[in-house]
Design a protein around this ligand. Sequence first.
Ligand SMILES: NC(=O)c1ccc[n+]([C@@H]2O[C@H](COP(=O)([O-])OP(=O)(O)OC[C@H]3O[C@@H](n4cnc5c(N)ncnc54)[C@H](OP(=O)(O)O)[C@@H]3O)[C@@H](O)[C@H]2O)c1
Length: 264
Amino acid sequence: MESCSNRLRVLHMDVTKDDSVKRAFEYVQQNLGSAELWGVVNNAGILTGFTVEFSSMEDFRNCIDVNLLGYVRVTKAFLPLLKRTKGRIVNITSVAGKFTLPFCTPYTASKYAAVGFTDCLRLELETLGISVVSIEPELFLTGLTCHDTINKNLDAQLESLGPSLKEDYGDDYATSLKDVVKLILSIACSKISIVVDDLESAVSLENPYHTYKPRRHVLSRFLCSCGEVIPRSCHILIMKLFFRLFFSKSKAIKDVIIKIVSWL
Ligand SMILES: NC(=O)c1ccc[n+]([C@@H]2O[C@H](COP(=O)([O-])OP(=O)(O)OC[C@H]3O[C@@H](n4cnc5c(N)ncnc54)[C@H](OP(=O)(O)O)[C@@H]3O)[C@@H](O)[C@H]2O)c1
């Protein structure tokens, strides 16, 4: 913060609350002075829950509330100012909103919805001259993907399972679930500047791309490229095969998969 412009203002806003967003809007409106609002970046995000059965309704509600409705609420509030400048909205969605990332289903579902919202918004605001840019990062190491927090939450979730779910899934599933979560997190990239660079381009270039895809890990780039060119049915088949092998009883197969991913 010390190295930032002295014109920078920081204010608290809870995107899940109408009042809070309204207050933020009023603050901006009152403090613009002779300036105008050029852009809004929707970045707020949370990750709660795991599989469908290992997530509560609250996990789904919270993810949707922040990752989708938060974007809708902020966008609707600030549109009057953006219409005057023919400015820009930048939505940080996710690769998980384009290619199904299981085992964090509330998050994935909310990001798919956020991608749909962003795509609709882009087409609807075209006639008003407002551009809408999406940023779809792969996994990056941030507070959202903190291994310790996720592992702690997963342990607590597994502990709290009722007897019938424990029986349905069994101990092997719990172990494989922990391993697959660890495997997914292991490909998270620490170079966050890649996302920041794309964000800067999205906000400031005269003619930005409609979508930026900050991706670095070989595996996630490969999977995303496959997802973009091969038919959806083939993509589903590959993912099914991968998870069938990973969740098989054979520890050797799982170890080979983990080794291959760690090499990439
Ligand atoms: N990390 C990844 O691998 C990854 C990949 C793809 C997309 N993304 C997306 O990138 C965005 C930024 O996430 P991040 O990775 O930088 O995680 P992060 O460090 O946890 O940042 C999330 C931000 O969202 C804010 N937030 C959460 N709930 C909010 C609410 N109700 N109202 C206002 N702000 C709220 C948090 O504010 P507080 O700190 O005040 O709680 C925090 O600043 C998210 O939309 C995320 O889904 C992340």
